[in-house]
Design a protein around this ligand. Structure first.
Ligand SMILES: *[C@@H]1O[C@H](CO)[C@@H](O)[C@H](O)[C@H]1NC(C)=O
Ligand SMILES: *[C@@H]1O[C@H](CO)[C@@H](O)[C@H](O)[C@H]1NC(C)=O
Ligand SMILES: *[C@@H]1O[C@H](CO)[C@@H](O)[C@H](O)[C@H]1NC(C)=O
Ligand SMILES: *[C@@H]1O[C@H](CO)[C@@H](O)[C@H](O)[C@H]1NC(C)=O
Ligand SMILES: *[C@@H]1O[C@H](CO)[C@@H](O)[C@H](O)[C@H]1NC(C)=O
Length: 345
């Protein structure tokens, strides 16, 4: 029989042995938790380190028992972040990252001409997987362009596959009689659509009016349209002022309105003049006058310096002014020297 007194004594002695021999709060290991976590532990009590979500232990003990010495053993446990699997390469794009470890994110961008199919960023989650599937950079394409009314496709290279890539162009044309407003060249944009389409509008020009002393020819038609042409001419002795052929332009007007200009009579009976760099007799060369626009140089005398110089006169629509310095000889004044024969000044 064991007396109750002995039991009491033994338990007292045991208590004295272990008294003060408790383990302190255990050492902290980064990214881990201790279970249970207390300020002190009895000898024989167990603790376990658990890596926090997103971290895994790499070597080292996880489980400890408070020893009789009251000192926890040295803990070499390391909790390290999980690494999400990824080669780090995005074809036709770029990956922006620091590491592929929990809890970091990576960002994705695509090169010009490619668009991001998928999420622009992904986070490495605590289970070691990405929050979003990795994206791909797909080429930007445009569907065949829609053709504006009264237009045709003049140049379109992707007829076979029916797609165009970023920056590819197509060229539009308007049907006859229609003028283009806008750019004939359209381009596949980064949005996968085409730049603004031009517009084709019907353009009519009024019938040209016949010039005085001349005529105009144009297509025999009930109306005249964009790019139609009219041809002008003048009656004899008249000269066309303007181009012979005019065109109906996109704002419904003709490119020019030529007129017929009259030739000039020359009120001089006899003189030597310069015409196109040559000395000619006015009475022979210009019996029928001169045409509008033509220039004749008259010789004038510089009496003091006893020499001659020239002054120009031009036929302007029937008007011809003889230079003031020019003096016409009477035909019987044969002893006078013609200005044209004098020394040039
Ligand atoms: C990813 O993009 C976010 C938002 O634009 C930015 O705050 C972050 O710094 C970027 N991360 C990297 C690694 O480029
Ligand atoms: C985006 O990518 C997915 C899978 O990678 C593909 O099935 C889908 O057709 C793509 N979407 C576009 C608009 O290209
Ligand atoms: C391209 O489009 C044309 C006209 O819409 C169609 O006839 C042809 O079958 C298409 N080709 C392809 C390869 O889709
Ligand atoms: C028409 O578009 C092309 C290509 O986008 C551009 O190079 C050109 O300058 C444009 N022309 C005009 C007149 O705007
Ligand atoms: C093309 O798409 C972008 C984005 O949706 C839009 O802002 C733009 O106006 C479109 N361009 C044309 C010419 O429709």
């Amino acid at each position: 029989m064991i007396s109750p007194v002995l039991v009491l004594l033994v338990s007292f002695l045991c208590h004295s042995v272990t008294a003060g021999r408790t383990c302190p709060k255990p050492q902290e290991v980064p990214f881990s938790t201790v279970i249970p976590l207390k300020m002190s532990y009895e000898v024989g009590e167990q603790i376990v380190y658990i890596c926090k979500p997103g971290y895994v232990s790499r070597g080292g003990m996880r489980r400890f028992t408070c020893p009789l010495t009251g000192m926890w053993p040295i803990n070499t446990l390391k909790c390290q972040p999980r690494v999400c699997p990824f080669a780090g390469i995005l074809e036709n794009g770029a990956v922006h990252y620091t590491t592929f470890e929990y809890p970091n994110s990576v960002n994705f961008t695509c090169n010009k001409g490619f668009y991001l199919n998928g999420s622009a960023s992904a986070k490495c989650m605590d289970d070691g997987r990405w929050s979003h599937p990795l994206p791909v950079c797909s080429p930007i394409t445009c569907p065949p362009p829609s053709i504006p009314n009264f237009a045709t496709l003049k140049l379109y290279t992707s007829l076979v596959e029916n797609i165009s890539f970023y920056q590819e162009t197509a060229i539009l044309d308007c049907l006859p009689h229609y003028a283009m407003f806008g750019n004939d060249t359209i381009r596949c944009t980064e949005h996968g659509n085409w730049t603004e389409l031009p517009e084709c509008r019907e353009v009519r020009c009024p019938f040209p009016t016949r010039p005085d002393n001349g005529f105009v020819n144009y297509p025999a038609s009930h109306a005249l349209f964009y790019k139609d042409k009219a041809t002008y001419g003048c009656h004899e002795t008249y000269v066309l002022d303007g181009p012979e052929v005019v065109e109906c332009e996109k704002f419904g007007t003709w490119s020019a309105s030529p007129t017929c200009k009259a030739s000039c009579k020359i009120p001089v009976k006899k003189a030597t003049v310069l015409y196109k760099g040559e000395k000619v007799n006015i009475q022979d060369k210009f019996k029928n006058g001169i045409l509008h626009g033509e220039i004749i140089s008259f010789f004038c005398k510089d009496k003091e310096r006893k020499c001659s110089y020239t002054e120009d006169a031009q036929c302007i629509n029937g008007n011809f002014e003889i230079p003031n310095c020019f003096k016409e000889h009477s035909s019987w004044a044969f002893w006078k020297t013609d200005a044209a024969d004098k020394q040039p000044c």
